[in-house]
Structures are given as C-alpha cells and as structure tokens.
Design a protein around this ligand. Structure first.
Ligand code: 3NM
Ligand code: MG
Length: 522
C-alpha cells in the first residue's frame, strides 16, 4: 500500500543553484515526502539508470516507494515500485504484462474520458491535472481547476483507484486545492503531487514538512464543509448568542472590509459597512490586490456591473484572500442575465473558494443549474423553490461554502444545518441594492468572526471563524434594522426609508437583536 499524501515528482532542471540532486531528494524525504516519482524527460538511458539506482537506494533507506516516469525498462532494472505513464506513453496493459505482478501503475488524466479509460485499463492510481497553471511542464491540455478535479473524482466512486492532483500546487494554494477538489459525492484526493515547490526550494526538508503538515491538518479538520461552521448542531439559543458576539466584535475591532462591488451600490454598501462598525475599502484594481489581501479582514465580490478590469481584480483578490485565509463573500448578481456572467462566475469559483455565496432564488437556481425559478434582469420573479431548505443545503454541499438564499424568508445553510429567518420589511424590496448591501455586510460579519476565532483555530482550515453564524447574524441585523426603520414616523416610503435604515443599522443593539430575531434552526 502506497501513501500518496505527498507525492514528489522530480525535476532536476529546477534545482536551485548549488543544490545537489541527491541531497535535495534526501532532504525532501526527511521532510515527509511519502512517494517519489523520477521524471527525466531529456536524459539518456545510462544517466537515467544511474540516477534511478542511486535514488532507489536513498528511498529504500527511508522506506519510501519509488516510481519511474514512462520507462518500464528502468523500473524493472532498479526494482522500482512501479511506473507512471502519460496518455501517449506505453499502454497500461502492456506495462502490466512486463512488470512484476504487484507493480503500481499510475496514469495522467486531464478529463473524465481519460478517467474512464484508466478504470478500464486497471490503473492503480491517477494523476489528475493540471489543476493550476504551471511553468514546470508544457501543458497541451486545459488547466482544469478544482471543479474539474471534482468531476473526475466522482468517476472513481466505487473503485479502489487512488487519486493525486498535480500542477501548480504550492503551500499557498494547498488548502484551497484540497478544500475544492471534492466530488458532489464527497470523493476526495488521496494526495497531491508537487514538483517545483519542493525541488526548486533551497530548504526542501522544511518545504516538504510544511506541505505535509497542511495536508494532515486539513484531514484532521471538521467534516462539515471543512470548518465553515464550528458546531455540528446549532440551537436557536447558541445561534443568537453567537450572532450577538460577532455583532459586538465588529464594533470593538472595526475590521477593514475589502469590497469589489457594482457601481450601483458602492456608496450604499460603504455607508452600511460604516454603520455596522466596520471600515470599507472599495478597491477594484488587480495590481493592488496583494497588498489589500494582507491588510483587509475579509473580501466581498459582487458581479453586478462586471467589466473585464474588475473581473481581473476579482480573480486576483480572491486568490490572495484564500492564500491569506480571509473569508470571501460572493454575490453572483444577475448571473442568469448573460452567458458572460455565467462563464465569469464559473471561472471565479473554479479559481478561489468562496466562504459564503449569497443570492436570490433566481441567481442561486442558475448557479445550481436548476430551471425551477425564472429571472427578469437581476430580480427573481415568482416565489422561489418548492423545497428551499433542501435546495440551500444541497447547494452548500456542492459549493463547499455557506449559502444564503435571500427573499421574504431567508434560508442559510452550512451544508448540514439550515437557518430559516423571518425578519424583514417590504420596503427592503423597494430600494435598490438591499441584497448587495446584505452581501457587503456579511463580509463585515465574517471578518469579525475570524477575529473572534483568532489563532486558536486549526491550521487545516481555509478560513477561521464561524462563517455560518456570521451570515445569519448579518441577515438578522439588516432585516431587524429594516423593521425598526419602517416603524419610524419620519419614514414615508422608499426615499426616506434608506437613510432611516442606515440610522437603525448604526444604532442597532444586542438587546434589540435578541428581542426581535425570528429564527428557526433545522
Ligand atoms: N504533470 P509543479 S503538471 C509533471 O498535468 C506534471 O499531468 C502535469 O509541476 C499534468 O508542481 C506537471 O512544479 C508539473 O507545478 C507539475
Ligand atoms: Mg427577508
């Protein structure tokens, strides 16, 4: 049995200046590499054989299996554990015939057809990739992202074929890769294969150890969407207490909330953020995303008036947010309105992992590929889903994040629990951007939830804090403030309602939340 957790593929041309290949290999084994593949694309047979023999001796000392890329003859000569073949290398059946009975054979796969072929051919494992773009190999097939990996893993259900992802995997995107590379049937990776991150390192022992630690921390983590909610069960009491704690933490810590939103609601969102007690920064340019990712507490991405430049900013911002473990709230405004938006959403979600996705019935139906709900422009028409509770729970599992379905009744799920919220007022539907404001303020709540969790939480999570409670908390704050604002004598209609809403958000108190919240937990 091979442990595929951290699969090193060698690449001598990537060694840093002055680093010797065998020294690097041995140090990476000391760091915790669990299986090694020797990959020599341009080396003649004599040299390849020499490298393979010496590598085998080192791997044997550490009890680590050695696999040879492509060359069955070399694998036989050095008594390697097996071979790894590409789609244009020796067919698996032929390699099987030549190799000893218990030899391991792995194959590179880029799509579901190749997975089906690997099943038929009796592969022991598949290398799925390239998951991210990479300079290590000239890729002749598309980069598939984590969603592509998930689709391929689903085809391995019911088989004993192991799977590793490969291509551009680094410590900075490892948790995102593991979190997202899961099929809807919950089939996950057995490991990750890495070339440059380890081989090009001047300290391969430390680099491998860091990768291994992240993999194990991730595996130990909560099974509920990998820790986007903290408890396996919630009661109304724990929800209200938790929501109030986060609400108070926003005012105490004043987190910086980075928002890339549409140009209809920029000012309203920024004002609502300030009213809650957080600080908005409304930056959209790709070039400043790395800096902002370091200082902000969370990120909102809203595609309401998407243009190519803001799309680039969204891609960058989300990637840095994941790398920095910052929560991301995603609002796919009007996703059903055009193919452009649909494609953009699919690319964005295949690149970074959202912590919360918020939408109305039409938007979430489009995202889920359901035609149960019709849309007009960016608004839902009709009443929504027959079974909204199951819908949000399923979408949450599929997107691997908290899902908020907004409407007259709001439904929020962490993939296990569903919160049903019945606060609100009709005037919220008569101003523009109340949904966008909700998304913007969920980001403030997520930032505060992350601060509350602090460094206590484990290293294997993509974000820290109770994101489920953060989403519930914000929807309650907005809908309760709307109720209070609507009761005011100076509110005569939508025009006077909006400033009153900002007033009530800024003077909202914990007792008012406790008094007015109408929450059910299923
Ligand atoms: N195979 P790095 S990508 C060897 O997609 C290899 O099949 C790939 O290197 C595939 O970890 C790749 O440096 C290179 O990105 C991976
Ligand atoms: Mg509502």
């Amino acid at each position: 049995m091979i442990d595929y957790s951290l699969y090193l593929v060698t690449g001598r041309e990537l060694l840093p200046p002055g680093k010797e290949y065998f020294e690097s290999l041995e140090q990476s084994l000391q760091g915790g590499v669990s299986v090694v593949q020797i990959r020599e694309k341009k080396t003649d047979t004599t040299k390849f054989l020499d490298i393979a023999l010496k590598s085998k001796a080192i791997c044997d000392r550490y009890g680590i299996p050695l696999i040879i890329n492509d060359r069955v003859d070399i694998a036989l000569a050095v008594e390697a554990a097996g071979v790894h073949v590409g789609q244009s290398d020796m067919p698996i059946a032929m390699a099987r015939k030549l190799l000893p009975e218990n030899a391991i054979i792995g194959v590179s796969c880029n799509n579901v057809q190749e997975i089906e072929q690997a099943k038929q051919d009796g592969a022991d494992y598949v290398g799925i990739g390239a998951v991210w773009s990479t300079a290590t190999k000239d890729l002749d097939k598309p980069v598939i992202g984590v969603r592509g990996v998930g689709k391929m893993l689903e085809r391995l259900d019911g088989t004993s074929i192991k799977a590793v992802a490969i291509g551009g995997i680094k410590s900075r995107n490892l948790l995102r890769t593991l979190h997202g590379s899961v099929s809807p049937t919950n089939h996950s990776l057995d490991g990750v294969a890495v070339v440059s991150e380890i081989v090009a390192s001047t300290h391969p022992r430390e680099t491998a150890a860091k990768l291994r630690e992240l993999i194990y921390a991730f595996r130990r983590g909560s099974s509920i969407l990998k820790g986007l909610s903290v408890h396996s069960e919630y009661s109304v009491e724990t929800v209200i207490d938790g929501v109030v704690d986060i609400f108070e933490a926003i005012r105490k810590h004043n987190p910086l909330v980075h928002q890339i939103t549409n140009n209809v609601v920029v000012a309203q969102s920024a004002n609502a953020t300030i009213a809650l007690g957080a600080s908005p920064i409304m930056a959209t340019t790709a070039q400043e995303m790395e800096d902002l990712g370091r200082v902000s507490g969370s990120l909102l991405v809203n595609i309401g008036t998407l243009v190519p430049t803001s799309y680039d900013g969204m891609m960058e911002a989300g990637t840095f947010a994941n790398a920095q473990k910052k929560p991301i709230v995603f609002d796919p405004v009007g996703i059903g309105a055009s193919e452009f938006r649909k494609n953009a959403v699919s690319q964005l979600l295949n690149t970074w992992q959202a912590s919360v996705i918020k939408g109305n019935a039409a938007e979430l139906a489009t995202l889920a590929g359901s035609n149960e709900v019709q849309a007009k422009g960016v608004d839902s028409t009709g009443s929504g889903f027959k079974d909204p509770v199951s819908f949000v729970r399923n979408l949450s599992c599929r997107e691997r994040c908290v899902v908020v379905l907004s409407g007259e009744t709001d439904y929020i799920s962490d993939g296990s629990s569903v919160a049903v919220l019945n606060n609100g007022h009709a005037l919220l539907g008569r101003i523009t951007g109340s949904g966008c404001i909700a998304g913007s303020c969920i980001a403030s709540y997520c930032a505060a939830a992350a601060i509350l969790a602090g460094s206590m939480e484990d290293k294997g999570k993509l974000v820290v804090g109770d994101i489920f409670l953060a989403a519930i908390g914000m929807i309650l704050a907005l809908t309760i403030s709307a109720e209070v604002a609507a009761m005011r004598e100076d509110v005569k209609g939508p025009g006077t309602f909006f400033p009153a809403l900002i007033d009530e958000l800024s003077s909202l108190s914990s007792p008012t939340i406790r008094e007015r919240a109408r929450v059910h937990i299923l």
